[in-house]
Design a protein around this ligand. Structure first.
Ligand code: BES
Ligand code: ZN
Ligand code: ZN
Length: 501
């Protein structure tokens, strides 16, 4: 989709569909714009236009360039925030798809919010809602032309709208990359293939990537990753990505880690199929989020030194699969008693977390579809976030929750009291890989904390990584959750003064 910004008159926008957002109780300026956009039909249309959120009216202009105008309800001024703007833009995208419009103009509403952030939100919401995954469709039941062009109509020529539109497009495209990876059939994303896809992304967007094979992983003694991989016929990979600009604001790197379980059968502790194993192609959604974030970071040329790891394998009950009772020696040298082979994510994340120590990182953030308990606790709209106590854990939690609210990828903290670690004490090894039913999301985080000696955030995205039904600008399937969150959090780290509306 091509995105541009224009300031020509509303009546001159030569497009299939012009999207015109208005407030509940139209202002005089909005009434004037409506008349300008549709001509004579404005008088009649006004009676149907309430401006309430999710109330949209389609009008056919006379004597104007635009073929159709959809008036989109924004709601009351007090309700208007960036998330509302994204959702209104998503409503516009839905109407565009219904009528098969190929060229769309969107009038950027004048609000109290920062102009760059509003343009960003419009483009992001519109593009994210227009996302389709049709790689495997051989016959279109209902052929729809693709949206070719989105023109932002801004009140005045300003660099802010243009910058916002560019950021919005880059973010939406990076989220789409992550969604594509999650939606991809598992037989097209083995650990080796995922490594290749990362190499291709790195080349395309200008960061570096190096993919380790099984030998290198064994040389590094990543016992957790190797143990999970034992039931597979496919070798594991460990991919290291890096973005190191000359103007980096940090001297010690920020490390991102994404769980890359390309398919999770549960291993010998096999999952049931329905509503469980049938979702598990999304068990690399953490990896997808990190890859999408690296694409955005490089394309936005963010002034931060960022390193990212994706430990990848499938988890299967093959002949040589690891078994409950196995004691595994991890990369850190610690021993883990495996009591459930389905708690595999923490095994490979632990190796990545302990390898991260070699970078003396300023901060490490891991993103993982780690526990079903996180879905039970917070549902499908919010991810769980946990931190260790080192160097201002509370401030990090405040900052990531704020970044969540600004970006639309919501996160909420869970506690990390010391006593939770008692649930993962083992009789035979240093720790065991399951902590029982209670507080399952937290005991998983406590397991990971065992391998960490630097400031750290852990984000469990099991809930929001994949949806069973459409929600606003998130279509069902892979959501790309985490890309916008990570980029927004890192943007704040690079420049704490720059908070957007
Ligand atoms: N990949 C799953 C977690 C998951 C569940 C992700 C639902 C997305 C949706 C993870 O590997 C897993 O199986 N976790 C177990 C841990 C348990 C055995 C301690 C779980 O949550 O049941
Ligand atoms: Zn599992
Ligand atoms: Zn898993």
């Amino acid at each position: 989709m091509k995105v541009s910004v224009t300031t020509i008159g509303l009546s001159e926008l030569d497009v299939d569909l012009l999207l015109l957002p208005v407030r509940q109780e139209l202002t005089d300026v909005e009434r004037g714009m409506l008349a300008d956009a549709v001509g004579a039909p404005a008088a009649q249309a006004e009676a149907d236009i309430s401006g309430a959120f999710n109330r949209n009216v389609l009008v056919y202009p006379t004597g104007k360039q635009a073929r159709r105008v959809a008036v989109l309800g924004l709601g009351t001024p007090a309700e208007i925030d960036l998330e509302r703007v994204r959702r209104v833009a998503a409503n516009g995208a839905r109407i565009a798809a219904e009528i098969g419009a190929e060229t769309i103009a969107f009038h950027v509403p004048d609000t109290e919010l920062d102009a760059e952030a509003v343009s960003h939100a419009v483009v992001e919401g519109f593009m994210l809602a227009s996302y389709r995954f049709d790689r495997y469709k051989t016959s279109e039941e209902d052929p729809k032309p693709e949206i070719q062009r989105l023109v932002l109509h801004a009140a005045q020529q300003d660099r802010a709208s243009r910058r916002g539109a560019d950021r919005g497009r880059i973010l939406a495209e990076s989220v789409a990359s992550a969604r594509d990876l999650v939606n991809l059939s598992p037989d097209e994303k083995t650990a080796t293939q995922l490594g290749r896809l990362i190499e291709r992304s790195a080349k395309k967007y200008g960061y570096t990537a190096s993919v380790w094979d099984r030998e290198l992983i064994a040389e590094e003694k990543m016992g957790g990753l190797l143990a999970v991989n034992r039931g597979s016929t496919e070798p594991p990979t460990f991919t290291v990505m890096e973005w190191q600009p000359e103007n980096a604001a940090n001297d010690r790197p920020i490390v991102l880690i994404g769980k890359g379980v390309v398919f999770d059968t549960g291993g010998l502790s096999l999952k049931p199929t329905k509503d469980s194993m049938d979702q598990m192609k999304s068990d690399m959604a953490g990896a997808a989020a990190v890859i999408g974030a690296m694409e955005a970071i490089a394309r936005l040329e963010m002034p931060l030194h960022v390193v990212a790891f994706v430990p990848a394998t499938d988890n299967r009950p093959g002949e040589n699969a690891y078994v409950p009772g196995d004691v595994v020696r991890m990369h850190s040298g610690a021993t883990v008693e495996v009591l459930n082979t389905d708690a595999e994510g923490r095994m490979l994340l632990a190796d990545a977390l302990s390898y991260a120590k070699t970078y003396k990182p300023k901060l490490v953030i891991d993103v993982a579809t780690l526990t079903g308990a996180a879905v039970i606790a917070l549902g499908n709209d919010v991810a769980a976030v946990m931190a260790n106590d080192r160097n201002g854990g509370r401030e990090r939690l405040d900052a990531i929750e704020e970044a969540g609210r600004r970006s639309g990828d919501l996160v909420h903290r869970l506690p990390m009291f010391d006593f939770y670690a008692e649930q993962i004490k083992s009789d035979v090894a240093d720790i065991k890989n399951v902590g029982g039913r209670e507080a399952g999301t937290i005991t998983a985080a406590k397991f990971l904390e065992h391998f960490v000696d630097y400031p750290w955030l852990h984000i469990d995205i099991a809930g929001p990584s994949m949806l069973g039904s459409n929600r606003d600008y998130r279509p069902k399937g892979g959501t790309g959750f985490g890309v916008r969150l990570l980029v927004e959090y890192l943007r704040e780290l690079a420049d704490p003064r720059r908070r957007q509306g």
